[in-house]
Design a binder for this molecule. Structure first.
Ligand SMILES: NC(=O)c1ccc[n+]([C@@H]2O[C@H](COP(=O)([O-])OP(=O)(O)OC[C@H]3O[C@@H](n4cnc5c(N)ncnc54)[C@H](O)[C@@H]3O)[C@@H](O)[C@H]2O)c1
Length: 387
C-alpha cells in the first residue's frame, strides 16, 4: 500500500482535511508521473492541509523533505508525517537561526524541485550558487515573490509565483484569510467583536478579507492604505479610511496586513491607544518594529504557550500594548490556518504548477501561474462548491 494521506497519516485532522480536498487529490493523482522519483525540498506551514499534499506527493512516488516556518508548525502533524516516513525538520519553537539551519538541511537532499513559502529555500539555493539537479520551483507567497523579483540576478530556473494567481488572491487570500484571521483573533483573545473599533493596515486581498469579515461581525472597521485605488475600494466597501496616525489613537484592535517591514514604527507606537491589541496577518512578523517597541517597553508580561502568547508590553509612559503571538500570522498561531477548501485550491495551484515545472520547458525566472491552469482550477472549484 503506498503512503497516502487518507490511510498512512495517523492524525485525525489530516484525514479529515484529506476528505475535503478533492481538487488537490485529483490533481496530484492525475499527474503522478511528473512527481515519481523526484526529490522535493519543501518549506510550507506544517499543518494538516500541508500534510495532505505531502502525502499525495509521496503516494505519487516523490521523496519529500519538509520544513515549516518558525512559530506555525503543528507538532502533532509533523510527528504524524515523520511516523509515516517523511523527512520533517524543525519544531514550532524554532527561532530564525534554527530555521536557517532547517533550510540548509532540507536543501541537502539535492532536490529536483523546490516548493517554497517566503523564498527562504530559494535564497539558500542562490547562496549556494545553484543546485546541480534542480529543475525549477514554486513560491507560495506575495512576500516571497517580491523577494525573488528584487534579486539582482534572477534565478536561472523557472519559479512559478503562486500568489500571482487571480484565483488564489480571491479565494484564499481574501475569503480564506479573512475568515481564519478573525477566527484566530477570537480564539487568542476570547473578546467580542460587535462594536469593537478595529483598524486594518493594508487593503490588499488579505486586508480586504479581514476588514470585511470583521465588519460583517459588527466591528467598526477603519482602514489605513497607502495605495489610492485600494483606499478608494475600502471607502466603497463602507469602511472609514484615514492615515494610520489618525486612526491609532481610536483603535482597540489592530491588524497588520501589508507584508511590509516596520509599518508600525516608533512614531506610530507613540500614538497607539492604551490597551490596543495587535495581530499579524502578513507572512513575516516584521510589520511591528520590534526594536522601536523594545525601546519603549518598561516591562512585559506573557500569557500562553511560547509562539502563541499574549505579551502585554507596559510602556514607559504608562500605556500598554498587547502583542498577539509576536505578530506572527494569527490564523496559524491561534486557529487552524486557512479553511480547508481555500487550501485545497492553493495547494492544487501548487501541485499543478510544480507538475508543469517538472514536465514542460518553462522560461527561467519568476513567472505567474499559467492562465490555463488558473482557469481550469476555477472551473473545477465552481463545480465542487456548487454541487
Ligand atoms: N495569514 C495568511 O494566511 C496569509 C495568506 C496569504 C498571504 N499572506 C500575507 O499577507 C500579506 C498581505 O498579502 P496581500 O496579498 O494582501 O498583499 P498586497 O501586497 O496585495 O497588499 C498589501 C497592501 O498593503 C498596502 N501597504 C503597504 N505598506 C503600507 C503602509 N505602510 N500603510 C498602509 N498600507 C500599506 C499596499 O499598498 C497594499 O495594498 C503578505 O505578507 C502575504 O504574504 C498571509
Amino acid at each position: 500500500m503506498p503512503f497516502s494521506p487518507l490511510t498512512s497519516v495517523a492524525d485525525g485532522d489530516t484525514r479529515w482535511a484529506a476528505r475535503h480536498m478533492p481538487l488537490v487529490t485529483r490533481s496530484v493523482r492525475a499527474r503522478a508521473a511528473a512527481f515519481d522519483g523526484k526529490r522535493i525540498a519543501m518549506c510550507l506551514h506544517i499543518e494538516p492541509k500541508t500534510a495532505v499534499l505531502v502525502g499525495l506527493l509521496a503516494e505519487a512516488g516523490a521523496e519529500v523533505f519538509l520544513t515549516g516556518s518558525p512559530g506555525t508548525t503543528r507538532e502533532d502533524t509533523a510527528d504524524a508525517l515523520r511516523a509515516a516516513g517523511v523527512t520533517v525538520v524543525g519544531r514550532r519553537s524554532d527561532d530564525e537561526a534554527a530555521h536557517r539551519r532547517n533550510v540548509e538541511r532540507v536543501l541537502g537532499c539535492d532536490p529536483h524541485l523546490v516548493l517554497d513559502n517566503g523564498a527562504d529555500l530559494l535564497a539558500g539555493v542562490m547562496a549556494a550558487g545553484g543546485l546541480p539537479n534542480l529543475i525549477g520551483a514554486t513560491e507560495e507567497t506575495t512576500t516571497g515573490g517580491l523577494r525573488v523579483r528584487a534579486w539582482e540576478t534572477p534565478p536561472p530556473f523557472p519559479v512559478v509565483v503562486i500568489n500571482d494567481s487571480r484565483l488564489k488572491l480571491l479565494v484564499e487570500n481574501e475569503f480564506g484569510v479573512g475568515q481564519s484571521v478573525v477566527q484566530g483573533f477570537v480564539n487568542a483573545t476570547n473578546l467580542m467583536l460587535p462594536g469593537a473599533r478595529a483598524t486594518v493596515v493594508g487593503y490588499g486581498p488579505c486586508g480586504r478579507g479581514v476588514a470585511n469579515t470583521l465588519a460583517r461581525l459588527g466591528a467598526r472597521v477603519s482602514v489605513a492604505e497607502t495605495d489610492a485605488y485600494r483606499a478608494l475600494e475600502a471607502v466603497m466597501h463602507g469602511h472609514e479610511v484615514a492615515p494610520l496616525a489618525e486612526l491609532l489613537p481610536h483603535t482597540r484592535l489592530l491588524f497588520l496586513a501589508t507584508g511590509a517591514p516596520s509599518v508600525l514604527d516608533g512614531p506610530s507606537l507613540d500614538l497607539v491607544a492604551d490597551g490596543t491589541l495587535v495581530a499579524g496577518v502578513g507572512h513575516v512578523a516584521w510589520e511591528l518594529d520590534a526594536d522601536a517597541l523594545a525601546e519603549r517597553t518598561a516591562s512585559i508580561s506573557r500569557i500562553g504557550e511560547s509562539g502563541a502568547e499574549r505579551a502585554t508590553h507596559l510602556l514607559h509612559d504608562g500605556r500598554s500594548l498587547v502583542v498577539l503571538a509576536g505578530t506572527r500570522m494569527i490564523n496559524l498561531t491561534a486557529a487552524k490556518g486557512n479553511p480547508i477548501e481555500a487550501m485545497d485550491l492553493g495547494l492544487t495551484l501548487q501541485a499543478r504548477s510544480l507538475a508543469a515545472v517538472a514536465t514542460t520547458p518553462l522560461a527561467p525566472g519568476p513567472q505567474p501561474v499559467p492562465d490555463e491552469v488558473d482557469r481550469a482550477i476555477a472551473a473545477d472549484l465552481v463545480d465542487v462548491l456548487t454541487r
